[in-house]
Design a protein around this ligand. Sequence first.
Ligand code: AMO
Length: 469
Amino acid sequence: MRDSGGWKPTAYRSHTIGDVTSGGADMIGEEVTISGYAETVRGRGAICFLMLRDGTGRIQAFLKRDNMDETVFDSIQSATRESTIQVTGTVAQKRPPKVPEGEPLPPPEYEVSVTSAAVLADAATPLPVGVTDEVNVGLDVRLDNRHLDLRREHVNAMFQLRSKVLQYGRNHLITEGFQEINTPKIIAAAAEGGTNLFPMKYFETDAYLSQSPQLYKQLAVLGGLERVFEIGPAFRAEKHDTYRHLNEFISFDIEGAWMNDEDVMGVQERMIHHIWSEVAANDQGLIDVVNEYRESQGQDPVSVEVPNIPFPRIPYCDAIEIVKAGGGDIEWGDDIESHHCDIIAAEYPGFHFLPRWPMSMKPFYIHHKEEEKGSSGGQLSRGFDLNYGRDEMTSGGQREHRVDVLEQNLRNMGLEPEDFNFYTDGFRYGAPPHAGWGLGVARLLMVLTGAGNVREVVLFPRDRSRVTP
Ligand code: AMO
């Protein structure tokens, strides 16, 4: 439940339910109008107990037929669960429960003694996903009915945590001098390779949905904005169907001038440290709600342990050796896949960087690592990943800032430099060395909330088989 401090009265309520329940004895006798969802409606004949819930709490509304309009009373008494209802009445202390003599009374509870009410919208029955009852429906049914699924307390808590993570991350970057930008999502050239683009018709020409703000965040830095960040959608036409891939995801990107790979790894670990510290200090209540649910499902609780910084750095070449030593089938130059990451994670279970990937495995915009060759003699790069356990959270690196090298990199990858003039032109008039990264927001949320699937922490996920709701 959310703290409604700062919420102003609206046309539909003078107070939130949280205002009333936390206002305590000071509110007794005050007239309030509150609105919410009907969790339960009990009582027959002349009285009715309505449990109302809004985003800030729950309270009992007590209705008496002879205290109010009879037709209205009847409409409330026959209201279905989850219907929306507005009530006006005075705050009263609930009659304390009977306790055996000598035992202390529980803290006082409050209710609203109703004088007028209205059903704002009826809820159909049965509910396809129970809100307060234990429900045994699969993720697909939940996502089909996300509007109801979100009313469940732990689901709601996960999305509050998501909002907090973005808020704390954004705040941290601002303290480090980054400014927020927005780049176009309709684009003409691929940033991350040409195979996983969603094509679209843009008037008379062909265009694509953006895979990454990569090229534009670099242009913003080259243009003199120096330190920028963006939180925005990225689209990938990948046929993956896994717990961690979606075809639309929110990428949290930064780019900074006069920085190298190590500099931006520093920004990343400080930002994650800040997010975890703030959640631990302010949002344990939300984590408790998630854990209550996890425990009801027989899952281990999650705990917010603020990670130590700096995070371990395991250069690509060392990672290959760790995987080999752990029995993994891998050679220098291969991608480090999830089952390989499991071997590394046995030694490094938390956040860890994998820097200095082979140049041949990185996109054209990544800078090579000077005077350093891998164990096989292959050229290394200033590209890195951040992993947590088996999952990749982030990719990043220092960027190539010399236009001739950049154009050669494009040719080496079979791309036409002319198609990228809008980008390479940005490098022709003096370009600062620069670096950055892109973090998958939902993947970070999986770590924080213990969710086993990115879909749990994405409002309306888009995957191969889902474009609605
Ligand atoms: P990359 O392609 O590795 O790098 O993406 C960055 C991060 O975004 C997340 N991610 C995804 N999350 C969900 N579903 C997907 N299909 C998906 N694909 C990627 C991952 C990944 O680590 N331009 C570079 C970043 C940079 O160098 O600044 C890029 O996009 O968490």
